[in-house]
Ligand binder design. Structure first.
Ligand code: PEP
Ligand code: MN
Length: 256
């Protein structure tokens, strides 16, 4: 199916260009996020990501800077002229997200939170919907339908790996989902190789595979000091590595 184009800014449309969303797993401070944002922008990323509300498996892990994190991300987005994306934990924060965020992310753990999805149907913001950890493609599409049924058809799907019997990678990247979804929906599909693999060493090649299979973009975690990152350091690329990956993507793009 021909992809729907979801306009983010005058220059950026998901479903048209191959979009690169990058940034730290978590917004840890203004300085850390600014440093990373500057690097990814100069390497050619289009959209800045950063978690402010962090849904962690353990309640004792870093839970994010919450509202302060959103404001930091928004300030940096304006300073560097980059649209921002961050995850919404619950519909009770919708006003905050409507005010500060360009794209609202629904995390894998919330893909089947139908009340949240219904509320997001009432906003006019583009929504990045992550595939649930154990969601089938049909369930994924029905979750997107909840947002659309509410009146918001600006939905971007994100394949971020699913849980299978194998435990050698953090999740199993269902790369063929790009091809399956192409037959079933006009919604753009991007891939998150960071959460799919849990391993920075796999991110570049999974990203190149995503480009060649016809995904509409990537969401990649980047950190300037992954060893000290407050979340997901082991799957985060250092800025130099991210730049090298971007050079390969830009080299390959004309052939796809
Ligand atoms: C994230 O993108 O930071 C995140 C928590 O991802 P997921 O919902 O895919 O686990
Ligand atoms: Mn993460």
């Amino acid at each position: 199916m021909i992809k729907k184009e979801i306009k983010i800014t005058d220059k950026i449309s998901v479903g048209k260009d191959f979009i690169i969303i990058a940034g730290p797993c978590s917004v840890e401070s203004y300085e850390q996020t600014y440093e990373i944002a500057k690097e990814i922008k100069s390497a050619g990323a289009n959209i800045l990501r950063g978690g402010a509300f962090k849904p962690r498996t353990s309640p004792y892990s870093f839970q994010g800077l919450e509202e302060e994190g959103i404001k930091i991300l928004s300030k940096i987005g304006k300073e560097l002229e980059m649209p921002i994306i961050t995850e919404i934990p619950s519909e009770k924060y919708l006003d905050l997200f409507n005010e500060y965020v360009d794209i609202i992310q629904v995390g894998a753990r919330n893909m089947d939170n139908y009340f949240l999805l219904r509320e997001l149907g009432k906003t006019r913001k583009p929504i990045l919907l992550k595939r649930g950890m154990a969601a089938t493609i049909d369930e994924f599409l029905l979750a997107a339908e909840y947002i659309k049924a509410g009146g918001n058809d600006k939905v971007i799907l994100c394949e971020r790996g699913i849980r299978t019997f194998d435990n050698k990678t953090r999740n199993t990247l269902d790369i063929a989902s790009v091809l399956t979804l192409e037959k079933l929906t006009d919604l753009p599909v991007i891939i998150d190789p960071s959460h799919a693999s849990g391993n920075w060493e796999m991110v570049e090649r999974l990203s190149l595979a995503s480009l060649t299979i016809g995904a509409n973009g990537l969401m990649v975690e980047v950190h300037n000091n992954p060893e000290k990152a407050l979340s997901d350091g082991m799957q985060s690329l250092k800025p130099e590595k991210f730049k090298k990956m971007m050079d390969k993507i830009n080299f390959l793009k004309p052939y796809i």
